[in-house]
Design a protein around this ligand. Structure first.
Ligand SMILES: Cc1cc2nc3c(=O)[nH]c(=O)nc-3n(C[C@H](O)[C@H](O)[C@H](O)COP(=O)(O)OP(=O)(O)OC[C@H]3O[C@@H](n4cnc5c(N)ncnc54)[C@H](O)[C@@H]3O)c2cc1C
Length: 419
């Protein structure tokens, strides 16, 4: 049995949400682990061999061989588990940025069709879908499947065909020289490829409230927070948002929490949540939905303790106790890296591709090719966009995966062109 499949132990202080990033990483990579709360000096001595818990830098990650890392970063743990790889080649046929459904699907098709393929992912595989507790509308899985399962199988499949997946690595700047993309990575390294696919998706939108950063992972969580659900046993948790991701989160937490309160800015779920989901949410005995509400303040000490909720119809505010606030209010595209390039973005930052690049019958001036851009091609030939990051994309796991696969067809055509 390799380390990934054995039980690792993660020790942390009771009631404190420290270690959230580690729990999230392990859960998203389907690594079996046990979360053990250390609530007094005796348990500290029994589990860690240290008599005074105040002398311990929590969280503590203990591996199968007994090695312990005190307050490690996600990178430290990923490295120890063998997830951090170095690129094997100097140049690839295709480099893919982002390992969400679009990037992973592109990697499976590219590698299986003989292209040398590298995927650069700044966090964990699966992207947004990887945070979902249950995806029920993905074709072929009538009972649904968790985002982590979907991501992990796709990762395995891409690796099987020979793709390289480099985690904890972020593309920060792209340059297009001699028909190659030279991407600058956050760690100072460069990645060179003959074509590339941007599948960097979207990033969670924040509430933009004072102290939000301070409580991040310490009571305030973005997305579905799938790894946190078992820690919500018997508690009242709040979920902000009225779309599918918020609905899924509420359903998932309702298996553990005493009560889930959804705070929805709009007056209904119409047009924001799938019918099957809003019927379940609305009829669930432990889920309460409060329409026309928003969170206006966060309060606490070392972790979140209280939130203030405003009724948008009456302007009345109410402050309630809670240690768990899950925010699922959509996102904005991850395209900062493209801002100094010829790649065209729309006003919100999404990447323009194919026919959307034509404005008043004209292609952008930077487009020097005689042919029209392919459907998923950006304004830089050989550079494609797939999934949520693309202007006018449908925000669904299956469509992102479909676009990732389709982008590879265009990569083949581009690489065959006589440049
Ligand atoms: C909680 C939740 C539940 C959902 N449930 C469903 C569902 O049930 N059904 C459904 O169809 N859809 C669902 N969705 C939507 C679906 O997950 C997305 O549409 C899909 O994940 C988009 O895939 P993507 O690959 O385009 O982008 P993403 O999933 O956003 O992945 C982008 C990846 O790129 C990485 N990245 C970003 N910038 C960089 C960079 N500069 N360098 C390297 N890597 C970078 C990110 O870390 C991320 O891993 C859900 C979304 C959420 C948040």
């Amino acid at each position: 049995m390799n380390e990934q499949n054995s039980t690792l132990k993660l020790f942390g202080r009771q009631g404190n949400t420290e270690g959230f990033e580690l729990r999230e990483f392990l859960q998203r990579h389907i690594v079996n682990f046990e979360w053990i709360e250390i609530d007094d000096h005796d348990t500290c001595l029994a589990h860690l061999g240290i008599p005074d818990l105040d002398n311990v830098r929590f969280p503590v990650m203990q591996f199968k061989d007994g090695q312990q890392l005190f307050n490690p970063s996600v990178r430290d743990v990923a490295d120890r588990l063998g997830y951090i790889a170095r690129p094997r080649l100097k140049e690839y046929d295709v480099s893919i940025y982002g390992a969400g459904p679009a990037g992973l699907s592109a990697a499976v098709y590219a590698a299986s069709e003989g292209l040398s393929t590298v995927v650069i992912e700044r966090a964990a595989v699966g992207g947004q879908a990887g945070t979902s507790s249950l995806i029920e509308n993905y074709m072929g899985f009538p009972e649904g499947l968790s985002g982590a399962e979907l991501a992990d199988s796709a990762r395995e499949q891409a690796l099987k065909f020979g793709a390289e997946i480099i985690l904890m690595s972020e593309g920060v700047k792209g340059e297009f020289i001699d028909g190659r993309i030279h991407a600058q990575l956050a760690d100072g390294n460069k990645m060179v490829a003959r074509s590339n696919i941007c599948a960097t998706g979207v990033e969670y939108r924040r509430l933009d409230l004072p102290r939000e950063d301070e409580f991040l992972g310490k009571g305030v969580f973005y997305g579905a927070g799938a790894s946190e659900a078992p820690l919500c046993k018997g508690k009242v948790v709040y979920v902000v948002g009225g779309a599918n991701s918020a609905g899924q989160a509420a359903m998932h937490f309702s298996d553990y929490a005493e009560k889930v309160i959804m705070l929805v800015r709009g007056g209904s779920f119409a047009g924001t949540m799938s019918k099957y989901l809003y019927e379940r949410v609305s009829n669930h005995p432990r889920i309460e939905v409060r329409f026309n509400t928003e969170v206006t303040a966060l309060d606490g000490d070392e972790c979140l303790r209280k939130i203030t909720i405003k009724d948008l119809k009456t302007d009345k505010e109410e402050t309630v106790d809670t240690r768990r606030l899950f925010v699922a209010i959509g996102g904005k595209p991850n395209t900062e890296w493209a801002k100094d390039t010829d790649i065209k973005r729309d006003a919100a930052g999404y990447l323009m591709t194919g026919p959307d690049l034509i404005d008043n019958g004209k292609l952008p001036e930077c487009w020097k090719f005689k042919r029209q851009p392919y459907y998923l091609e950006t304004s830089v030939p050989g550079s494609f966009a797939a999934g949520d990051v693309r202007h006018n994309s449908v925000k669904r796991a299956a469509t992102a995966a479909g676009e990732g696969a389709m982008a590879i067809t265009f990569v083949h055509r581009y690489l065959r062109e006589d440049l």
